[in-house]
Design a protein. Structure first.
Length: 523
């Protein structure tokens, strides 16, 4: 027998906020009383969806560790266990979603087992182990839908003219964030706000030259890259090979060819994932420097390396505002590891080297759901510290161009206001002219105690709850760690303001997510 919590009619003598609170309390009370998971009631507050018709995937939660996800998928078909091994971000960097990538591997349509960039080696090793177990003959499985049979866009990027990489941080900042501008005129590409742009970057030429020198090879020697194309060794290492994250297969090749026994054993242990076997997060150059006796035939090593994957960046412009251009907000990654300077492949390529090339190979990765509501009157809450502000700049440009009447609220944060207020002029203008109804800022290092966006959210808890009760859509963009903190803050706000338990509050967030009113773009 099913139970339904009563719902206060809109004619009840309460404000929208009061109705929302009462409906939420009644939903939680009835759910707990009847032994079911606490869920919010439908109505003006947080509408409860009917149970999803499609099968539930309880491991599809990026907050869960790999072992927890695998435990939830234990006993399931191979395809679902493969899905559980993915990073659960649905980020599209592999060209699929987590579910469709797993389906393509299980069916045999996809041979590459290491496309999950956020999952890294941990995911690749788990996927490989599952396939080696041979839980089911892949050939016997039905082929996945055509849309999932091959990664979209990556096989056919088009050149976009590089216009600029404009600094967004002011002098004195510890960061180097750029507004990258690309011209899509004549490319045939179009995009919508919420989409991402895939960038096919090239590896650092100095690192490539050092690898070739360590191998004792010649840069013009012809090789077949891991993508199957023949080109010079230098071009293969520059454009086709992932030398920043050598695959386990490449490390095994080094181990098998190492003349020193200790080198061979340590490399094999490193390939199998044993902690302490070798330098953590070593790139190919560091492995060649650390294990000098490992000098395999060049072609053998190149074939074992993974294909260099494109990087995805949230688009930070609306085509209604910039016409044929596309803007990205890119934080250039530079750091030192074991006395050697390292650089992010795509971020530093865009910040430093793309200008000399003239064009950049790109493709558009459509958003799965990270879209503005079709109702232009709906309120929107945007939470995006640092480069996470990117899609929200696009959202605001779009809503201005559309003349949308819905209220907009932005939570933004970074290190220091004087140096790191990205797009300060535009955001201030949006706020002055009323497009941004609310603006809350958190600059973590402007005071002794660190302050982050989730703290600003807690300070505005009552207003946030009122917006949610009135049908606001919530968008979050930024790092996975930040996303988890924001998720926890929202659950605490809903629990306190709605006067319900944390279980019911989390269920409310899950309902919002199912209704596509709570959407995250985390990386």
């Amino acid at each position: 027998m099913s139970y339904h919590a009563p719902i206060l009619p809109e004619t009840a003598p309460f404000s929208a906020t009061q109705r929302a609170w009462l409906n939420g309390w009644l939903a939680a009370f009835y759910a707990v009383s009847n032994g079911s998971a606490a869920m919010p009631a439908p109505g003006n507050a947080v509408a409860a969806s009917a149970p999803a018709a499609e099968e539930s995937f309880p491991w599809h939660d990026m907050a869960l560790p790999l072992d927890g996800r695998m435990a939830l998928a234990e006993g399931r078909p191979l395809e679902q266990r493969l899905m559980a091994a993915m990073a659960q971000q649905d980020c599209g960097q592999c060209g699929y979603r987590c579910k469709t990538y797993a389906a393509a591997i299980a069916s045999g349509a996809e041979k590459a087992l290491n496309r999950c960039v956020p999952g890294g080696k941990e995911t690749a090793r788990q996927v490989k182990a599952l396939m080696e177990l041979g839980a089911a003959p892949a050939a016997a499985k039905p082929a996945p839908p055509a849309a999932a049979a091959a990664p979209d866009g990556k096989s056919a990027p088009v050149p976009a003219r590089f216009e600029a990489a404009l600094p967004l941080n002011k002098s004195g900042s510890a960061k180097d964030t750029r507004q990258v501008v690309l011209d899509l005129a004549g490319s045939g590409l179009s995009y919508e706000v919420g989409d991402a742009l895939g960038v096919h970057a090239a590896n650092c030429p100095e690192t490539v030259a050092a690898v070739i020198a360590r191998l004792g090879a010649k840069e013009h020697d012809e090789v077949e890259g891991p993508d199957g194309a023949r080109r010079s060794l230098r071009d293969a290492l520059m454009e086709a090979c992932d030398i920043g994250r050598p695959s386990d297969e490449a490390v095994e090749v080094l181990a098998s060819r190492a003349l020193n026994h200790d080198d061979s054993q340590r490399l094999q242990a490193l390939a199998e994932g044993y902690p302490g076997a070798g330098p953590e997060n070593a790139d190919l150059l560091e492995l060649l420097e650390t294990f000098p006796s490992a000098r395999p035939p060049v072609q053998e090593l190149i074939s074992a390396l993974s294909v260099l994957q494109p990087r995805l960046y949230s688009i930070s412009s609306s085509p209604k505002a910039v016409k044929d251009a596309v803007h990205l907000t890119v934080g250039a990654v530079r750091y030192e590891l074991r006395q050697r300077k390292r650089k992010g492949v795509a971020s530093v390529f865009l910040a430093e080297r793309a200008v000399s090339r003239g064009t950049v190979p790109v493709f558009v990765q459509p958003a799965h759901a990270f879209r503005l509501p079709s109702n232009n009157d709906a309120p929107v809450i945007m939470i995006g510290p640092g480069t996470g502000v990117a899609p929200f700049r696009a959202f605001l440009q779009e809503r201005r161009a559309l003349g949308a009447k819905g209220r907009n609220w932005l939570f933004f944060g970074d290190q220091r206001r004087a140096h790191d207020f990205l797009y300060e002029g535009e955001i201030a203008e949006f706020h002055r002219d009323g497009l941004l109804s609310e603006l809350d800022l958190a600059f973590s290092r402007d005071q002794v105690e660190r302050v982050y966006v989730q703290q600003r959210m807690r300070e505005r808890a009552r207003d946030l709850w009122a917006w949610i009760a009135e049908g606001a859509y919530i968008f979050v963009c930024g790092s996975v760690a930040m996303g988890k903190d924001v998720d926890a803050a929202l659950a605490a706000i809903i629990a306190r303001q709605g006067r319900i338990g944390m279980g019911a509050a989390k269920a409310t967030l899950a309902t919002l997510a199912r209704e596509q009113r709570y959407l995250r773009d985390v990386y």
